[in-house]
Design a binder for this molecule. Sequence first.
Ligand SMILES: C[S@@+](CC[C@H](N)C(=O)[O-])C[C@H]1O[C@@H](n2cnc3c(N)ncnc32)[C@H](O)[C@@H]1O
Length: 288
Amino acid sequence: MEKLKTKDGSETLFNPLFKEAYHSIKAGAFTESLYKFVYPCGIDKLAERKNSIKILDVGFGLGYNVASAVYVASQTDKNSKLDIISVEIDESILTKLNLVNYPLQLKPIIKEILKGKVSEFKIGKETYKVYEANSNKFSLKIIFGDGRNILKNLAEERYLFDAVFYDAFSPKVNAEMWTLDIFNIVFKLMTKEAILATYSAALSVRKALLDVGFKIGLVEPVGRKSYSTVATKGGEIPPLPEKEKIRIKTSPYACVMRDKTLSTPREIIYNNWLKEVEMRKKLFPQSL
Ligand SMILES: C[S@@+](CC[C@H](N)C(=O)[O-])C[C@H]1O[C@@H](n2cnc3c(N)ncnc32)[C@H](O)[C@@H]1O
């Protein structure tokens, strides 16, 4: 698997199946974790207020977001403990962590993660393969399978999280994780104050987050021009600028991806969305 050096010196990998890198090369893998996920979700503030913080990590990948959250929380309050559930489709992901030379701050945390064990985990009636790792700073369960199915079962069992790192590959190649239907489920999994953070600036994603009932806000860009996105029911997030509200109302791209059965193949979800965009372009040519 091809190793890539990112702008801040931290390393990432290129995923040949999705044809994307796990992190933004221009922003930096570690920087991206901190400034698009950990701080926008307010993990530092949560660590000041709570002893135990429940995090939902969608797309464990190389574990940067998880390890950065543990790092920031322990810097803020030595006694804080993170209770993390990650979902991940790639059962071979942990072998990929061994290929990466992590930043010094994250190395000891990744080492703790790699001491974990595989077992089974029941959510409702379904049993999943799980990788579990524990330390005095965190407890981590990486649940393996299609995120759609795992999140649906977690919601049915009324799991609730204080923060959500939403980090699938891009909507173009990983459409199943960016639909209105999956965000409907994620909405149910969050406490009132919880913040979801994602690197995505896609209009389809912002529209879907709004349509399921979140308020959304924008986060200062790192390594590119576009702002990333945060969503919450009633927590504190930066405002959504008027200009962006207008784009979401008028752009032909601001229509949602759909996956009513939560089992539609990703290519079909994406192609259906493209067709709708083309139709909207003809209907509203002036708003391109
Ligand atoms: C951009 S990477 C995540 C990077 C990671 N958050 C980190 O901090 O290193 C996206 C991850 O989502 C996983 N993924 C893609 N589709 C998925 C799905 N349907 N269900 C669960 N995980 C999925 C991929 O295997 C990949 O590991």
